[in-house]
Design a binder for this molecule. Sequence first.
Ligand SMILES: N[C@@H](CCC(=O)N[C@@H](CS)C(=O)NCC(=O)O)C(=O)O
Length: 245
Amino acid sequence: MTFELFYWPGLQGRGEFVRLAFEATGTPYVEIVQGDGPGQGMDGLLHTMDDPACMHPPYAPPFLRVGDELIGQTANILAYLGPLLGLVGESPRARRWVNQLQLTLADLVAEVHDAHHPIAGRLYYSNQRAEARKRTAELIDYRLPKFFGYFERVLANNPLTGGWLAEGAMSYADLSLFQVIEGLRYAFPRAMSGFAKAFPRCQAVRDAVAREPLIAAYLTSSRRVPFNTTGIFRHYKALDRASPF
Ligand SMILES: N[C@@H](CCC(=O)N[C@@H](CS)C(=O)NCC(=O)O)C(=O)O
């Protein structure tokens, strides 16, 4: 089975949530935009996504090709990969729970994106600076405490999961929580400075994921694109501020 990942070049973006699942499990995957063969590179991505004859096209990257099937939407890709890669429990109930956590993280990711692009994703940040400041204040003052308060409560209420979000083993939701915390630490170092103290269980998930041998190796490899100001998590000094936590 060959897993072909389609995602924009030069940024982690939502593609990173899928990469982490492959990397954590040592699963080989092909990054289509990095190839220069037929059907690869940016042309390969765009032609595949926009193929007018495709009956089940993805709306936007990231998407995966497995055989002749295209699978889009980050949470949907992970719901597909989770059982195959051993990143979710066996029972339908466990799978729904991890999917629910992933969808909640996807909501947070969308809000982080909209903090620097509150008016329109197709416009530059520089065209919406004033609105971005207001929206980021809302994110930092209210939304981050609410989201992380939720994940902290989940972890506190499930003491038998070994510190993971579900079922006593690392799931793809733990990988995604790690990524969101890492991204926010890059984007808002000032706001996140008190994070570990305010949300120790979330921080412990982040640390445990970072210690996973394959993840630790990936994070120092050239495959891990550095955070930058083209991704979802962007550092603009003017937006960072002290947080209530
Ligand atoms: N809900 C989708 C969102 C996908 C998405 O917004 N992808 C971005 C890149 S991270 C994109 O290229 N969007 C283009 C668009 O929305 O027009 C997911 O979680 O995969």
